[in-house]
Design a protein around this ligand. Structure first.
Ligand SMILES: [Zn+2]
Length: 219
């Protein structure tokens, strides 16, 4: 039986007939006809719609594969979908045992503002806490427990401190910060947080404690 007939029997519509490599399911074609009829959607717009719907999932699958989770069902744990600096010493990865020290720097961007999402139910976390950002539940727990000392700046107009005291209800976060290695500027996985109200002390302690924890675990 020719390849295209085999495709039709499985309810696939091949893009070419002799040696088909791309197929459309009958279901997606029916859905396109309905979209086109009722909403006037062009083929190009429908293609863009499918692209948007599947892009995030595709990125997630590729990231899983790149980090060694493509061929087994183990779930990645915190920070395992991100790589740390290949040059900084990491026992078991690029050195046999602790022979050198490594240093970290903590900094943030206080202008990367993020508005509250309009449709909260559309916000799906595909890799919560698995990459560079700290997991949202763990971070919320930390913020709830950590004491926040409001710093009074004697400097007349010091932005980082004055921002901390300003009410900014429209923003979900007022910046982003994290820990990187001093020498090469590579971010530490699972050590980045967004700032809730400027640069709060409580916000900054989690990446720091995370790095200390990671360093101790390595030893
Ligand atoms: Zn480094």
């Amino acid at each position: 039986m020719s390849p295209d007939i085999q495709m039709f029997r499985h309810r696939f519509f091949p893009a070419s007939f002799n040696r088909p490599k791309t197929v459309f399911t009958f279901r997606v074609l029916n859905n396109f006809l309905l979209d086109s009829l009722e909403c006037g959607t062009s083929a190009m717009n429908y293609y863009s719609k499918l692209w948007r719907m599947t892009l995030e999932h595709w990125r997630q699958l590729k990231t899983m594969r790149w980090h060694g989770f493509g061929h087994h069902s183990d779930n990645p744990s915190t920070g395992e979908l991100a790589l740390f600096c290949p040059t900084c010493p990491q026992p078991g990865i690029n050195v046999l045992f602790w022979k050198y020290t490594r240093s970290f720097v903590m900094d943030g961007n206080f202008k990367a503002e993020h508005l509250h999402p309009i449709k909260l139910f559309n916000e799906v976390w595909l890799s919560d806490g698995l990459g560079f950002m700290v997991g949202k539940d763990r971070y919320k727990m930390h913020l709830a427990e950590a004491a926040d000392t409001v710093e009074k700046s004697s400097c007349n107009n010091h932005q980082a401190v004055n921002q901390a005291n300003a009410a900014r209800h429209k923003l979900e976060s007022t910046g982003i910060g994290g820990v990187a290695c001093v020498r090469h500027g590579c971010f530490v996985p699972h050590s980045m947080v967004d700032f809730q109200k400027g640069k709060r002390q409580a916000t900054c302690t989690i990446p720091h404690s995370r790095v200390n924890h990671a360093s101790l675990a390595d030893k």
